[in-house]
Design a binder for this molecule. Structure first.
Ligand SMILES: [Zn+2]
Length: 142
């Protein structure tokens, strides 16, 4: 188990869409297109088949919390004349927009949580070290 400071740093990196392992800002080529590996530390982001289920759960929870907050706030503010149709349309839009835009962040948060719960295995550490060595040799020869 890692200490609290290290755990918070790993989680913060995930919330900032950075590689939770090393902090590199480039896990994504663009907002939704994730690289297979970290370009800095070589971490393979999808550590096993079905890996992104946790990210989907995080994304669903955040999306529904935002949706619920908007619904409750609107009902409280407008009670007793709740505008049902506009509220329904806003709710649909919020569910679509938040789910789509937050998903990349949910993925790096999930990687961070997974790294804290399941630290890199020996073969993953060897693999990332080998990739770093190859990258360093390649850049030194250029
Ligand atoms: Zn990294």
């Amino acid at each position: 188990m890692q200490n609290l400071g290290t755990s918070l740093r790993v989680l913060l990196r995930g919330f900032l869409r950075r590689c939770p392992n090393c902090g590199d800002p480039g896990p994504y080529r663009w907002w939704w297109k994730m690289r297979l590996r970290c370009r800095q530390c070589g971490l393979h982001f999808e550590r096993e088949e079905g890996y992104w289920t946790g990210a989907m759960a995080i994304n669903l929870i955040v999306t529904e919390l935002v949706f619920a907050a908007i619904m409750v706030a609107t009902v409280i503010i407008t009670w007793p004349d709740v505008p049902m149709l506009p509220l329904l349309l806003v709710g649909l839009a919020v569910n679509a927009v938040v789910a789509v835009t937050f998903y990349p962040i949910a993925r790096t948060i999930w990687i961070a949580i997974d790294l804290l719960l399941h630290p890199l295995e020996d073969d993953e550490v060897r693999e990332t070290a080998e990739l770093r060595r190859i990258r360093d040799q390649t850049t030194a020869n250029v």
